[in-house]
Write a protein that binds this ligand. Structure first.
Ligand code: NAD
Ligand code: MG
Length: 387
């Protein structure tokens, strides 16, 4: 029996690479559901090629176009957020890859967990916003959450075979992004075009900006806490510009294990699909003849304030990471519209953290309310030029 995979966000960077993995292993995997937000043409192309059982387009205005384009095929066509939340619960689905971007991933992921579908988690925002709640739900339903994020996949691979051996530290590597060597003065005027040029990875726009601002690494610290059950003081970030070491685990005896490879998301995607097995893959290999210089630096939280804000959110706990995520989604969208400066993004996030009502032990409804309130406050600040 082939594993039936639902891909939420199949038209994105992770989604399309997941389809490459499926294409390479047609004997093992089948795309059962493909979904997109807006890119209906891409979704039509994917549906005709991979012949899933169903497709969902989140933007309901694109439904008719999608339905008509697939009329000659026996593919069920749905639209809207509710359909997205429903489709993940379908009985034949064996795994849900959450490759959509942002807070919108939370609800369908929770629904998939309730339906006991193993999760291949790319949508880190789900764990940033509501890590404790999602973990509790997964434990209650005995549903595994397998990391797709390259750093967390690396940690997960280092932990294989180490059951019962306590972890002393998780060391997340960070490329440092395109502005790693910029001075504060330079950072004040960097543009969206510069921010969108990541040195090592080709990713969606939102995560590329998050990488440039190091909010991505901050989110990954939070993600690591919930995936691996460690304290925040056990998670360290080290800048490693070559992105060859994908992350490391230090054990109680001082031994450090690392996972290395080319920067290629298809490996962590495939590992989440095939775990605990490894499958043969045709991806390019790391060649040490070409990779002679691996370097490491300490992250600078003065220039990259977001990393400190994420750690602070993790310490303050409750709905604070949800506030940071919502404010971050607002400022990143504004930065992509040239409505806020690069450094202005951290200022708005920090002020939003101090203005939204704090909730120590949030329910799902509290998260929904927090997300709404934080967005409203951050949007007002962006509109009034950050006052
Ligand atoms: P992307 O922008 O390339 O793709 C996002 C996908 O989600 C698209 O298919 C889009 O149609 C869909 N989508 C967006 N908003 C939606 C909504 N409101 N409702 C339904 N669908 C929606 O993003 P990406 O780079 O592939 O990243 C996806 C997720 O994976 C993010 O959470 C990101 O942090 C994480 N991630 C990505 C990478 C990477 O290399 N790209 C690495 C690690 C983690
Ligand atoms: Mg990552």
């Amino acid at each position: 029996m082939k594993k039936q995979i639902a891909i939420l966000g199949s038209t994105g960077s992770i989604g399309t690479q997941a389809l490459q993995v499926i294409e390479e292993h047609t004997d093992q995997y089948e795309a059962y559901v493909l979904t997109a937000n807006n890119r209906v043409d891409d979704l039509i192309y994917q549906a005709r090629k991979f012949k899933p059982e169903a497709v969902v387009i989140a933007n309901e205005a694109k439904y008719t176009q999608l339905k008509e384009a697939l009329a000659d095929l026996p593919i069920k066509v749905y639209a809207g957020e509710e359909a997205l939340c429903q489709i993940v619960t379908e009985t034949p689905i064996d795994m849900v890859l959450t490759a959509m971007v942002g807070y919108a991933g939370l609800k369908p992921t929770m629904n998939a967990i309730r339906a006991r579908k193993p999760i291949a988690l790319a949508n880190k925002e789900t764990l940033v916003v509501a890590g404790e709640l999602v973990n509790d739900l997964a434990r209650f339903n005995r549903t595994p959450i397998l990391p797709v994020d390259s750093e967390h996949s690396a940690v997960f691979q280092c932990l294989a075979g180490e059951t019962g051996n306590p972890v002393e530290k998780i060391i997340l590597t960070a490329s440092g992004g395109p502005f790693r060597t910029c001075t504060m003065k330079q950072l004040a005027t960097v543009t969206k075009a510069q921010a969108l040029k990541h040195p090592n990875w080709d990713m969606g726009a939102k995560i590329t900006i998050d990488s440039a601002s190091m909010m991505n690494k901050g989110f990954e610290v939070i993600e690591a806490k919930w995936l691996f059950g460690v304290r925040s003081d056990q998670i360290e970030v080290v800048v490693h510009p070559q992105s060859v070491i994908h992350s490391m685990v230090q054990f109680e005896d001082g031994a450090i294990k690392a996972q290395l490879g080319m920067p290629d998301m298809r490996l962590p995607i495939q590992y989440a699909f095939s775990y605990p097995e490894r499958l043969k893959a045709s991806f390019p290999r790391l060649d040490f003849k070409l990779c002679t210089n691996l370097t490491f630096e300490q992250p600078d939280t003065t220039r990259f304030r977001n990393l400190a804000l994420a750690y602070e959110a993790l310490h303050r706990a409750g709905n604070m990471p949800c506030i940071v995520n919502a404010a971050n989604e607002v400022v990143v969208a504004a930065f992509l519209r040239d409505e806020i400066s690069f450094l202005g993004m951290s200022e708005v996030i920090e002020k939003t953290m101090s203005r939204v009502s704090f909730v120590q032990k949030p329910t799902y409804e509290d998260y929904v309310a927090t997300d709404e309130e934080a967005r409203k406050i951050a949007m007002e600040m962006v509109a009034t030029n950050n006052r």
